[in-house]
Design a protein around this ligand. Structure first.
Ligand code: AVJ
Length: 320
């Protein structure tokens, strides 16, 4: 049986992460990068979010693949090499990537996520199910730059970016990432899931569910920061806020201070007024036309898309 290879590219040191978080906390307004949601607890809370009735993106994307999987795979195959390398961005437990194997028969699967360690377990299990497949786990924070040694990805690869995580990037940063993805495909294809603009009630409920799971996910960021930076956040003094900013076409998540309070950490402190917020996440919502245009600007030709019957979510295939 083959063995998965693991490769950690430029992991930020704890000191660098702490400095980045402190700079965000001192900003006006204060903000924190969404990547700090995903400690072990946060990853489990995100998995719970994907099962909420209000959180439609995960199951809607899965429904599009179930209904149109054959057509989507045909579109991918028309651009990629015969047994393509699949590069899975934000692969996590690798379940969505592995679901492509029967139709696309890749020669290599490259799972990319922030930590190669986190990928090790999922890839070891995957190797048992696919004993001869070439598996590679790459630890890379591609929110700053997406680049892999080209000999790993070869010509006419498939870059797979499901889950609507592109929504965390503002339009300029999304364009930059898509240009890097275009380069990485080397004449192949991009398969990407994108959440779409819809009525405000549906959007806001998806990010402020009745069970309070998303609130817990947002607040958990403060627990993570207490460990990472040594802040003294008291979670009882903060509340979850999610709102749709129509002008920017994005869901914003914030943490709002219940009362005037100080937050202290080694080397810094900040006062928060009652009602003052820390901006923790943007989740941009696109139109089909808007995202097709963005793909073209990034260098992709003739993007195609599939949606669910309500038009809530789009799956795009774009050839290089
Ligand atoms: C993982 C970025 C796709 O924006 O919907 C879910 C994260 N935040 N609920 C999203 C998230 C709150 C999610 N993405």
């Amino acid at each position: 049986m083959a063995q998965p290879r693991l490769l950690q590219l430029h992991s930020a040191t704890d000191t660098a992460s702490a400095a980045e978080a402190a700079a965000g906390l001192l900003g006006m307004p204060a903000s924190l990068p969404p990547k700090y949601f995903y400690d072990a607890q946060g990853s489990r809370l995100f998995d719970a979010i994907t099962e909420l009735s209000e959180y439609y993106p995960t199951r809607t994307e899965a429904g599009i693949f179930a209904a149109h999987g054959t057509a989507i795979a045909d579109a991918v195959r028309s651009s990629t090499s015969l047994n393509p390398v699949i590069v899975d961005l934000g692969a996590g437990n690798c379940a969505k990537g592995a679901a492509l194997f029967p139709m696309l028969a890749p020669r290599r699967y490259v799972a990319v996520d922030i930590s190669a360690d986190y990928l090790a377990k999922a890839l070891a299990q995957l190797q048992r199910d696919h004993p001869t497949l070439d598996l590679l786990g790459v630890g890379l924070d591609f929110s700053s730059r997406l680049a892999l040694p080209s000999e790993l990805t070869g010509a006419r690869a498939l870059v797979f970016y499901p889950g609507s995580s592109i929504g965390n990037f503002d339009p300029a940063a999304a364009l930059a990432l898509l240009r890097q993805a275009h380069e990485m495909t080397a004449g192949g294809a991009l398969l990407i899931g994108v959440d779409l603009v819809k009525t405000i009630d549906v959007l806001e409920a998806a990010y402020d569910d009745a069970l309070g799971v998303t609130a817990a996910f947002n607040l958990n960021l403060l627990r993570h920061l207490n460990r990472l930076l040594g802040t003294d956040f008291d979670l009882r003094h903060w509340r979850h806020v999610a709102l749709f900013n129509r002008a920017e076409s994005r869901i914003e998540m914030h943490l709002e201070s219940h009362q005037a309070q100080w937050v202290r950490w080694p080397g810094g402190e900040r006062r928060f007024a009652a009602g003052e917020r820390i901006h923790t996440e943007n989740s941009y919502k696109w139109t089909l036309e808007g995202f097709s245009g963005l793909l073209r600007q990034a260098g992709f030709a003739e993007p195609r898309h599939w949606t669910d019957p309500l038009g809530w979510y789009g799956v795009f295939v774009a050839g290089a």
